[in-house]
Write a protein that binds this ligand. Structure first.
Ligand code: NAG
Ligand code: NAG
Ligand code: NAG
Ligand code: NAG
Ligand code: NAG
Length: 328
């Protein structure tokens, strides 16, 4: 944990440097800089935490989720703990789903308590991709909680500290994507399965942009403060935000389906009547699906997930990756 005073100092720095995570391997100094990042061939296990973006039991992209692709591409064994609907902590942003701190981490600790369940810490990479539900409708965006973005980002970063104190050493922190462009929060949004009430979509999108950019700046600064204090740890930030902005701006580099490329609609679109459960749905089929950035109003498509998997695979293999900055 970062102390309150140190945190305030960081926050004042954040106000002057508010920008997406400084990625692209800036080699600023940190303790043990001689051995930043992972070694080729080191990682044999992938342990994932997060929400529906990463859940492999409840599939959110209509196909195969990114961790399953990584397990295949990188030849690592997958230990999936991410669960749909999750926030970092239900104490902060309550939703009736298994949150990271009250459910996913305790489940992992229980599973690895026995000698047989133990994972070799040097061979294991831990990932966290969280925040979409924490900042979303029915949470911070709509003022539904007492917690603030500061509380939520402290919780996210504490995931590293908590696992470290249980022996974990290799961490990849996946920051939040440009949710202001996902159909639910875009300026040209429509009533959908995630929100059928009246709202001002422009205001939601503007606020969501502030939330995600600020959250990413706050977690980056807190991780920079934390990483040098964790002896023997390797902490990397995976800049999902920049990756998804690039996919949004340059879809031709990433999307490869047989329909016209589409970054504002979704494979499965359901347009609801306002304040009603009546909807009209359309769904792209077959090879057309890979033309879309989003699967539905709140989830990346399978092709977007294959790209995430390709990039995370590079990290897991100990190679250099353009979206990843190693802090230690
Ligand atoms: C959540 O609240 C419970 C009950 O007060 C407490 O035991 C637990 O430590 C809290 N979790 C976090 C992450 O603060
Ligand atoms: C804890 O792990 C054991 C197996 O090691 C399992 O039988 C039990 O159901 C687990 N409990 C919880 C709460 O996950
Ligand atoms: C929605 O919010 C924007 C930005 O505050 C404002 O310009 C616009 O007039 C609002 N639209 C409606 C229909 O209230
Ligand atoms: C669905 O589309 C049909 C045909 O355009 C239209 O008549 C109907 O009102 C729509 N239903 C809803 C719930 O939007
Ligand atoms: C698009 O590329 C992915 C690899 O990133 C491949 O698995 C998929 O089959 C391709 N889709 C089409 C429609 O060719």
């Amino acid at each position: 944990m970062v102390s309150s005073r140190a945190f305030l100092q960081l926050l004042s720095v954040a106000l002057f440097t508010l920008s997406p995570v400084a990625a692209q391997g800036s080699d600023s100094s940190a303790a043990g800089s001689s051995s930043k990042g992972l070694k080729p061939g080191q990682i044999k296990n992938l342990v994932t935490f997060g929400d529906s973006f990463t859940d492999t039991l409840v599939v959110s992209n209509g196909g195969t989720q990114w961790p399953v692709y990584v397990a295949d591409y990188a030849k690592v064994s997958l230990h999936p703990y991410a669960r749909s609907g999750a926030t970092c902590s239900n104490n902060l942003t309550y939703r009736p789903f298994p949150s990271v701190f009250e459910s996913q981490l305790p489940t992992y600790y229980n599973d690895t308590a026995s000698v047989a369940g133990k994972l070799d810490s040097a061979e294991t990479l831990y990932t966290l991709w969280i925040g979409t539900n924490d900042v979303g409708s029915n949470a911070l965006l709509t003022g539904s909680d007492k917690a603030s973005l500061v509380d939520v980002t402290k919780c996210m970063v504490n995931w590293v500290q908590d696992l470290y104190s249980h022996g974990a050493r290799n961490f990849l922190f996946q920051n939040m994507i440009n949710l202001d462009k996902i159909p639910l929060y875009a300026t040209d949004s429509w009533p959908n399965r995630y929100w059928t009430s009246q709202r001002n979509a422009t205001e939601w999108s503007v606020f969501m942009r502030e939330l995600t950019l600020s959250a990413n700046a706050l977690t980056s600064l807190q991780l920079q403060a934390l990483a040098p204090t964790l002896r023997g740890a390797h902490v990397g930030i995976f800049d999902s935000h920049s990756l998804f902005v690039d996919m949004y701006n340059n879809p031709k580099k990433y999307l490869n389906g047989t329909a016209p490329l589409n970054v504002d609609g979704a494979v499965r679109t359901c347009v609801y009547q306002l304040n009603s459960d009546q909807s009209n749905c359309t769904e792209a089929e077959g090879t057309d699906r890979d033309s879309y950035l989003w699967f539905d109003e709140l989830h990346p498509s399978e092709q977007a997930d294959r790209i995430v998997a390709r990039e995370v695979t590079q990290v897991a293999k100990g190679a250099k990756n353009q979206w990843t900055t190693w802090l230690s």
